[in-house]
Write a protein that binds this ligand. Sequence first.
Ligand SMILES: C[S@@+](CC[C@H](N)C(=O)[O-])C[C@H]1O[C@@H](n2cnc3c(N)ncnc32)[C@H](O)[C@@H]1O
Length: 383
Amino acid sequence: MSDPYFGREQTKAKHFILKSYLQALAFKVLNFSDVTYVDGFSGPWESKTTDFSDSSFMIAIHVLKDAQSQVLTRTGKRRRIKCFFSEKNARAYSQLASAVAEFHKPEDDFEIKTYEGNFEDAVEIIRPFVGTSFPLIFIDPTGWTGYPFDKIRPLFAQAKCEVLINFMYDFINRFAHSADQEIIDSLAPILGGADWPKRLDGNISRGLAVEKLFRDTLQKAGNFEFVISTKIDKATAERPHFFIAYGTKSTEGLKTFRQIEYDALRRHAKSRANAIEAKREERSNVVDMFADHRAELSEATVEEIVAEQKRLAAGHMLELLIQHGALKFSEVVPALLQPFMLRETNVKDICVDLAKAGQIENVWGTGNRKPRDEDVIRLRPRQ
Ligand SMILES: C[S@@+](CC[C@H](N)C(=O)[O-])C[C@H]1O[C@@H](n2cnc3c(N)ncnc32)[C@H](O)[C@@H]1O
């Protein structure tokens, strides 16, 4: 079968993030709680398969079923999993409803509810459906409307709750400069009110400032401890296509997401290189014998980004230590993972490098040892 994601490299990256994230989250959360997955904009949409295996709802069903059975085998306890799918388009809804029907098995603790209509109008149906379980909310619109924070805020009320939102950067960026009051007003529900143009960070480009304000607004609306985002570039052009924003109330979630993001970006870099090559071959009709090598090179650019982020994060860490005196390693990690695209392992390496350079104390020992949660990181006193 041909690749259902051919020409849809961004969707492939989005689905990889969703799948990996659900896998990691489901295994962790099912140890202590039931889970409800809420997909506000379910589709199917541009699906290329007959079984919808390239749609977010089917990906989620398979991952969650698999996690439930693995947790049952490991712990002897079968957790309850529920999925809520809303879809506005009548044709897509009927495809969705018939595709998911066979997986609705309350007797096996796997329950599915579908809703035809606007996601924002389903809030009062979703809340009791979630009950006391752990909600994971996925919002994947085609534009920027349909999920006004004031209306959907109750979905984020629980002490434990996570959200993934596809922020349609490329599309929004085209309108972000508009002075048209109607457009400004239409962005207000996700940017904290119609005065949003006055609250943009003037030090970065307008598009990126809008994305930043969006994250800040989401953080406040959902009372999230951390909101970060992953930039997914256009497949064949050097500019962002969309951002996947992630909100969590836990440091563990933040750490997990940064790992998934790293894996996804490496894979996306490879897909992009292949897509660019396919486009070039189509134009010139000549096969490039070095295409594989080129894909490896583009994966290397992810490493370059990480190296640059590490450099900036090291400076930020020194500033934090000047401000706070000393911090546990377990506090340093979220303080760096929130603003920088780094994983916990990178933060360990930053500490080791700064200690080698004589800038912080080495309290974790020599050899291959690296800092652990309880280690207290502090500046090295000047001799
Ligand atoms: C980008 S597609 C979703 C793709 C899907 N999540 C996937 O990855 O396979 C957005 C879907 O949301 C539907 N939609 C648009 N506005 C909506 C709304 N206000 N409420 C619910 N669904 C909506 C569209 O009909 C479309 O099927």
